[in-house]
Design a protein around this ligand. Structure first.
Ligand code: IMP
Ligand code: MG
Length: 181
């Protein structure tokens, strides 16, 4: 599997260091607020597990699963496959995401959760690829791990065709790897 990687963009060490920093920021911001961290499945799972353990305040965990309507990513139409389980009304909510790319997923998730009237709603994303953002999306992440160039990346939860999520770092695939999976 590691042979399929052309270049490591973010090492395990870089990710670990950055998550510790974000953890300190979030712990400060959310002290006494009992936040709920909503992870957007599935790409977030690895980041989520590390991120929540870097946060040193009482908090609750929840998940959403959304997908592009009828599998057409370009349409920008999304559907909720699994909604949050908790009642988030009046709660301080932080969305955790793997990557802020075109922005379709986060825009949809943000609006969906905002309708449930949380006390506050913020976004924490591991990766941000601003060059890919649809121009009409004005939403911004409140906490960002890394801003990355416009390259397709895998690992640390991110997939190509559902593979490579279990790589411990974020990397770029060799062109030939796309043909094999
Ligand atoms: P969006 O384009 O911002 O809506 O991102 C949609 C989803 O596409 C993300 O949550 C990721 O799961 C996936 N995605 C976007 N860019 C990449 C990438 O470079 N590698 C792997 N998955 C990606
Ligand atoms: Mg995702």
């Amino acid at each position: 599997m590691q042979n399929d990687i052309q270049k490591i963009l973010l090492t395990e060490e870089q990710i670990k260091t950055r998550i510790a920093e974000l953890g300190r920021e979030l712990s400060k911001e959310y002290a006494g607020k009992n936040p709920i961290f909503v992870g957007v499945l599935k790409g977030v799972v690895v980041f989520y597990a590390d991120m929540i353990r870097a946060i040193d305040v009482p908090c609750q965990l929840d998940f959403m699963w959304i997908s592009s309507y009828e599998g057409t990513e370009s349409s920008g139409k999304m559907v909720v496959k699994k909604d949050v389980s908790a009642d988030i009304t009046g709660r301080h909510v932080v969305i955790l995401e793997d990557i802020f790319d075109t922005g379709n997923s986060l825009d949809y998730t943000y609006k969906h959760l905002l309708e449930k009237n949380p006390a506050s709603l913020k976004i924490c994303t591991l990766l941000d690829k601003p060059e890919r953002r649809r121009p009409e999306i004005t939403l911004k992440a409140d906490y960002t791990g890394f801003v990355i160039p416009n390259e397709f990346v895998v690992g640390y939860g991110l997939d190509y065709n559902e593979y490579y999520r279990n790589l411990p770092y974020v990397g770029i695939l060799k062109p030939e790897a796309y043909q094999n999976k």
